[in-house]
Design a protein around this ligand. Structure first.
Ligand SMILES: Nc1ncnc2c1ncn2[C@@H]1O[C@H](COP(=O)(O)OP(=O)(O)O)[C@@H](O)[C@H]1O
Ligand SMILES: [Mg+2]
Length: 411
């Protein structure tokens, strides 16, 4: 906004306005273009005292890149708003105004510590809810996962049993060979050596040496494969259950879907055929861990909706500047009276232990955070389709928050 265009108050009010500014409980600072103090109102002086700042240190109250922001304000005559700074345990929000071509910048501040604390608490609470939801979905999948681990584990245990018997056999054969070697080394009679060799052949026959040779390699290979399978499952779980929102990065949504599907498939495969139709889509700047959680919620819901012999279809495609992800099932469907409620926190039609009612509300929040939207279509007895739209280029999920922040500094 250009200061000249807003009109100035009548001149006879000036003394009162000066008093008003001076006594205003919010800090007001007037600085010259290089950041020197020209004026501080009483509230600003109080803060200066509280933080023990000399006039030359006054910029420490303001965002780190403030000189650059001031330069822009003066150049364009615009306001810079929602600048944030942190000093000791306090947070301040600032607006800065400059007259185009002028040499003075006016600052108006507000203590936003309470707001910042509430925001932090809200973020922590949200992270906790997201984590609870994640753990709940893993809990829901626990039986399938246990089964999946139990399968290879039982043949690894069985194989180890065989391997240890074979190992004992091999050891007794080696023991016999050892006797032969000792005799030869001591220069014993050839008849004694031959007798000992006969002992070797006896033991070999007794321990079924040929069978050991035949079977040992495949037993070992199988056990190794089984152990690898278990390791992969544990790794998948570990990756999925990782706490926190993770980092923001360019991710291939098709790969995210595939890796999430792996964990759910332990449960899904007994109920439904999964059809995967991955389109040619570009990478998206996102929080992949959080999107994985959305996919997990939708896939688990689909699996819950299917009694048996169902079908789950995963489709991805690019539509202009958006990526669309569709997860449909041939399950029980959602009655119209529930359709408007399914995204509510704690809305569930499932029994305790099976549903928490958190999945869809958290999923829609995560999608919103990515500037996307989630839609649902459902017909009772036919099935349900969830469709997620994510913009390809939006400068990242946190862009809007950063646009206004002028950076901050800690003393
Ligand atoms: N694919 C689906 N098919 C049928 N009903 C569904 C489907 N997805 C969600 N729902 C309904 O929406 C409700 C809320 O889902 P959600 O938020 O994931 O919580 P929860 O799965 O813990 O109940 C479910 O209880 C169910 O009634
Ligand atoms: Mg759910």
């Amino acid at each position: 906004m250009n200061v000249h265009t807003i009109g100035l108050p009548p001149e006879d009010l000036y003394p009162e306005l000066v008093t008003f500014t001076h006594l205003n409980p919010s800090p007001v600072l007037v600085l010259d273009a290089s950041g020197h103090v020209r004026y501080l109102n009483l509230a600003a002086r109080e803060l200066q005292k509280e933080f023990a700042l000399a006039d030359t240190d006054i910029l420490k109250m303001l965002p780190t890149n403030i000189l650059e922001i001031m330069r822009q304000c003066l150049e364009s005559g615009t306001q810079a708003r929602r600048l944030e700074s942190q000093i000791q345990n306090r947070w301040f929000g600032w607006s800065a105004y400059g007259v185009p071509g002028g040499q003075t910048v006016y600052f108006h501040g507000a203590d936003i510590t309470g707001y910042k604390k509430a925001e932090k608490e809200q973020n922590e609470l949200r992270l906790k809810l997201v984590q609870n939801d994640k753990m709940a979905s893993i809990g829901q999948l626990a039986a399938g996962i246990a089964h999946e681990i139990n399968n290879p584990l039982s043949f690894v245990v069985l194989n180890l049993n065989h391997i240890s018997n074979y190992g004992r056999g091999l050891l007794s054969i080696v023991e016999q060979y050892d006797k032969v070697a000792t005799l030869i080394k001591a220069g014993s009679m050839s008849t004694e050596v031959e007798a000992a060799l006969a002992g070797v052949y006896d033991t070999k026959a007794q321990e079924e040496f040929e069978e050991i040779l035949d079977e040992l390699p495949s037993l070992l290979q199988e056990s190794q494969d089984g152990a690898e399978r278990i390791r992969a499952i544990v790794l998948n779980l570990k990756e999925f259950s990782h706490t926190g929102e993770g980092t923001q990065k360019d991710a291939d949504i098709n790969r995210c879907l595939q890796s999430t599907l792996k964990i759910v498939s332990y449960e899904l495969k007994y109920k439904a055929k999964v059809i995967e139709q991955y389109g040619d889509i570009p990478e998206i700047l996102c929080y992949p861990q959080e999107l994985n959680q959305v996919f997990m919620n939708l896939l688990v819901n689909a699996s819950h909706a299917i009694k048996q012999n169902g079908e789950i279809r995963i489709v991805t495609a690019r539509r202009d500047e958006q990526v669309v992800i569709e997860i449909s099932d041939t399950g029980c469907g959602i009655p119209p009276e529930n359709l408007s409620r399914i995204f509510e926190t704690f809305f569930t039609t499932k029994e305790v232990g099976k549903g928490t009612g958190l999945g869809l509300s958290i999923s829609s929040e995560i999608v919103k955070k990515h500037h996307g939207r989630i839609e649902v279509e459902s017909k009772v007895g036919i099935g349900t389709t969830f469709r997620i739209w994510l913009p390809i280029a939006h400068g990242g999920p946190r862009a809007t928050e950063n646009q206004h922040a002028g950076g901050h500094r800690k003393l």
